[in-house]
Write a protein that binds this ligand. Sequence first.
Ligand code: SAM
Length: 259
Amino acid sequence: MTRFIAAKKQFGQNFLQDEAVIEAIFSAFAIQKGERILEIGPGRGALTQHLLKSGALLDVVEIDNDLIAYLQQRYPQLQQHIHHKDALTFSLTELNLAQNKVRIIGNLPYNISTPLLFHLLAQKDHIADMLFMLQQEVIDRLAAQPGCKAYGRLSVMVQLQCKVQALFSVPPQAFKPQPKVMSKIVYLVPYEKPLYVVTSMVVLEDILRDAFNQRRKTIQNSLKTYFNAEELTALGLDPKMRAEQMSVEQWVKLANAVA
Ligand code: SAM
């Protein structure tokens, strides 16, 4: 008999209950038999049971002791593939992928979603694609285009490395306990070859931080420690633009001019 495990707030546990949402997730992330799949945060197995039925070669990574015991009991066939680890430090090399790439799926803990995305993007050479449930507001930022309020550092850093497709929204009623926010599904496909070559990611991140921390200022003001108006014009940029108007390509151009 498996015992009931109460949801823990510190691990962002909002368990998916709605079968229609689960079906929509699986039809968006069509899984073929034999594919390598990693599920982040399997929880009580709402997605895991469907992943196992699909015939995928599944690994799961879960931080919570109680849920690890529950998963080991419920899915004895997964024994060697249940990783009791923190996804924020989990290395995909632990999956012994050889030349294969892994597909990653998860209804992610919202409290760590941004650092987790960056941790995964740093290992993107091992990743075929990713489908995640996240807080709607975060997905709106991931997918935002220049000129939108939601466009910012996260949009630029992620769109530089992945194709981003926001799919559908999921209301709080689909979970137990219910989160206080709307959720959404996002599909991310890392680019095999970089869209634009970045000389230094550190410089790019510094410039983005400086500019978006003062997003109401023109770039000639917010980036004056790097460029004057003439230098910006020489790079083909209007010094009167604001950070939220600049495309990913223009950000890379600026960063490469500093690095
Ligand atoms: N997949 C389940 C579902 O859809 O019902 C659970 C989703 S719940 C939103 C997030 C899951 O991630 C929980 O099982 C939680 O314990 C786990 N989790 C939270 N922080 C984690 C971390 N740092 N590393 C791995 N798993 C984590």
